[in-house]
Design a protein around this ligand. Structure first.
Ligand SMILES: [Zn+2]
Length: 401
């Protein structure tokens, strides 16, 4: 009996012990999971913010696979790129300057099949210059924006101290304009989810057609120097803070470079990009390049082109612009690299189409906006009349190529 009791005691102790272990395990599990840890084959690993941001893949079934379309909109001097993604989503990269016709152009293209304003799924402001974000506040007023990607640049506008904490961070580079301040204010006022774009802001969206075939596209923010936001700290001009984005779909790659420059105090973003990817050229070898900084000679070095090898290049700039973009030396670099050049100033809106098989076409949609003003106050019609020979020569060259 005594023996049995001793045995029972032992058994009970054992049960208590096991129960205790189970409780400890449950408590630990709940604690770790609630603190952002994930279980991975038995290892506890802290899931970094970068991982959770980078792997935001979405899966959905779509009625029909659309062609991916990239519209390099003809908005005069500046950048405004509208992308229709194959799963029905879209992305806007920059808005161009605050010119009358910019609104007209955006209004025409950011419209769905029913003639309604689209909702903008992803809106990227590459950097604080007015020729890129001049109409951002207008866009936030007129359109629903579902997600914003912002440059890591601090607004030094005198009203910026009124922003709630956390909203106005980043590098101080004399971004004093009302335009940049108003852009941040719009993102805040509209309560749009936003993040500072950085190396790990990438995402891949997967989707299926009715036959269950899987497709995906990736938006890859290729700024390894900005893996941490502090990585930006050595840049000194707003241009170098530009988002560099590689869009991949059906084995095609399109590279957007904002206004990055080769050399700014020997540490320009273009140079940093080359340095980071020189041994990983397969990641940056693209089909189409949005030429940086409107074809300025401060970007698009031979070294850069040797790395990214674009078959086609698109230059977004205004006719008769005061910077004389694009520069001859840049055009020469592109020609030497056997890249076919498209120009919004001479041709109008450039439309790149990629279908699900990876077949690619590039068309142009000529100007329809006679009211568009240029730096010299001229209109397109008057300018085109005056420069007809130059434009015809360029178009003839294109056809011959
Ligand atoms: Zn620019």
């Amino acid at each position: 009996m005594a023996k049995k009791k001793k045995k029972d005691n032992k058994k009970q102790l054992f049960i208590y012990f096991v129960t205790f272990l189970v409780i400890v395990a449950v408590v630990l599990f709940v604690f770790y999971v609630s603190n952002g840890y994930k279980f991975d084959f038995g290892f506890l690993e802290k899931e970094s913010e970068s991982e959770s941001a980078a792997s935001s893949a979405e899966i959905g079934e779509v009625d029909s696979i659309r062609d991916l379309k990239v519209y390099f909109l003809d908005i005069g001097q500046g950048d405004c790129i509208y992308i229709e993604l194959p799963d029905g989503k879209n992305m806007l990269i920059d808005t161009g300057d605050k010119r009358n016709a910019g609104k007209e152009v955006i209004g025409k293209y950011l419209t769905n099949d029913k003639g309604e304003k689209v909702k903008i799924d992803y809106c990227v402001a590459t950097h604080p210059d007015s020729d890129h974000i001049g109409l951002m506040s207008y866009v936030y007023d007129e359109y629903d924006v579902l997600k914003s990607y912002r440059p890591y640049v601090y607004s030094e506008n005198k009203l910026a101290p009124n922003f709630p904490s956390g909203l106005n961070e980043g590098k101080k580079i004399k971004a004093t304009s009302d335009i940049y301040y108003n852009y941040i204010k719009s993102v805040y006022d509209e309560q749009t989810p936003w993040e500072f774009f950085k190396d790990d802001s990438d995402f891949t969206n997967r989707f299926y057609d009715k036959n269950n075939a899987e497709y995906e596209y990736t938006v890859d923010f290729q700024m390894p120097y900005a893996a941490t936001l502090n990585g930006y700290n050595y840049f000194t001009t707003p241009n170098d803070f530009s988002a560099i984005i590689m869009l991949e779909y059906a084995d095609r790659k399109v590279l957007f470079t904002g206004d990055i420059e080769y050399e700014t105090g020997k540490k320009g973003a273009e140079q940093s990009y080359i340095r980071e990817f020189v041994d990983y050229s397969y990641m940056v070898d693209c089909d189409v390049l949005k030429v940086a900084h409107h074809g300025s000679d401060s970007s698009t070095s031979e070294e850069f082109l040797k790395l990214v090898k674009p078959e086609h290049s698109v230059i977004s700039c205004g006719l008769s612009n005061k910077h004389a973009h694009p520069l001859k030396s840049t055009l020469n670099n592109l020609t030497s690299a056997h890249s076919k050049i498209y120009r919004t100033d001479l041709q109008g809106t450039v439309v790149l189409t990629i279908n699900s098989k990876g077949e690619m076409t590039i068309d142009v949609q000529t100007h329809e906006y006679d009211s568009m003003l240029f730096d010299d106050g001229d209109t397109i019609k008057a300018y085109e009349k005056e420069h007809n020979d130059e434009i015809e020569k360029f178009k003839a060259g294109l056809n011959a190529a």
